[in-house]
Design a protein around this ligand. Structure first.
Ligand SMILES: *Cc1c(COP(=O)(O)O)cnc(C)c1O
Length: 358
């Protein structure tokens, strides 16, 4: 076994919901801990999956995902050859870590952020260097730039950031990219970009064509509601895309996944409706936290990060009442996925009751 994996703290995945519900003895249990789409999945995806020709099950899938590639390239305004697909964005994090990291390299992040960047850095024998976020939980770009040195091979920017929900402007990101040496990869994880009020002006999608060392990543797991089907992608500069295709397993995306993602992409009305409802509910939550004197981060995503003097007890109480929130990301703080209007209302009532017992 390689030394770097002996002490590994694994990513803790979500427990199967039905099983947990049974264990807790609840009729209803709502998971607001994984940033999933509470409005389900486009019905067009179900139709596409059902209509898939099962006679192809014994044949390998299209290794290049040609149809999906064309559709994504058109939508995002990038060249089809710049796209690399992965089994969830998770797999892309593995692939880039494997490609760009060697033992004793450094990986730079603004923290707190998504834990998988650090996990896969560690597996490659690299060291994670965390620059703490500013007081308002935005990225300390000056601090990040100061931490760049020749050992730093990758810088992760999660935008909007998980778990804070904060979003950085494209101008701030591009200004940072200009300060980073061309040999240092800047990986921009846009898993939640669809939820940003001005997504078109915020995305860094056009940067890889301008800067070889920039990579922009997306997933179908959040706004598109395909978390179970596992599909994500990244946009690379022409210089790196062929190498990434060589690192990728040739048949990583099965045909059902490709068909599902294509149908999801074509149903932009579903995505727009998800984004609209999320924004409406996000406003209500932010107003609630403000009105009740909570410390919270200004979120542009489908989740909110907030502090509570008895965070662990609150999470436990909400769980017993049928709502799962994410704990363990920062002491005294919880991350809440924005749910449906009904669930949010119930949840706010539960929180108020917890804070002011009758
Ligand atoms: C959810 C998430 C991903 C990965 O999602 P996949 O389901 O693997 O596509 C990547 N980055 C961030 C920040 C996430 O929150």
């Amino acid at each position: 076994m390689k030394a770097s994996v002996e002490q590994l703290q694994p990513y803790v995945p979500e427990q199967p919901l039905a099983e947990l519900r049974r264990v807790l003895g609840l009729k209803k249990l709502v998971r607001l801990s994984a940033n999933e789409n509470p409005y389900g999945t486009s019905p067009a995806v179900a139709r596409a999956v059902k209509n898939w020709d099962f006679n192809l099950a014994n044949r390998y899938p299209d290794a290049d995902a040609r149809e999906l590639r064309r559709a994504v390239a058109t939508k995002e305004g990038v060249a089809p050859e710049q796209l690399v697909f992965s089994v969830g964005l998770d797999e892309m994090i593995v692939m880039v870590s494997r490609t760009f990291l060697a033992p004793n390299d450094q990986v730079l992040v603004s923290g707190p952020t998504f834990s998988e960047y650090g996990l896969h850095a560690e597996i490659e024998g690299a060291r994670l260097v965390t620059v703490p976020t500013l007081a308002n939980d935005h990225v300390d770009f000056a601090g990040l730039a100061a931490a760049v040195n020749p050992a730093v091979k990758m810088v992760w920017l999660c935008n909007p950031n998980n778990p804070t929900g904060t979003v950085e402007s494209l101008a701030a990101i591009e200004a940072f990219v200009r300060q980073v040496p061309r040999e240092t990869m800047v990986l921009i994880d846009e898993a939640y970009l669809d939820f940003v009020p001005d997504a078109v002006a915020t995305t860094a999608m056009q940067l890889p064509a301008k800067y070889d060392n920039v990579v922009v990543m997306r997933t179908f797991s959040k706004a598109y509601g395909l978390a179970n089907l596992r599909i994500g992608y990244a946009v690379f500069a022409p210089r790196y895309a062929p190498t990434m295709q060589a690192v990728r397993l040739p048949y990583n995306l099965n045909s059902l996944t490709q068909v599902a993602a294509l149908a999801a992409l074509k149903d932009q009305a579903f995505v727009a409706e998800t984004v609209r409802k999320n924004a409406q509910e996000r406003s209500k939550w932010l107003a609630y936290f403000k009105a009740n004197g909570y410390q919270f981060d200004e979120s542009a995503a489908n989740f909110i990060f907030f502090a509570h003097p008895r965070a662990a007890d609150l999470a436990e109480s909400l769980k017993r009442n049928g709502y799962l929130l994410r704990t363990g990301l920062r002491p005294g703080w919880l991350r809440l996925t924005i749910g449906t209007a009904n669930d949010n209302e119930t949840l706010r009532r539960l929180i108020t009751t917890f804070d002011h017992p009758a």
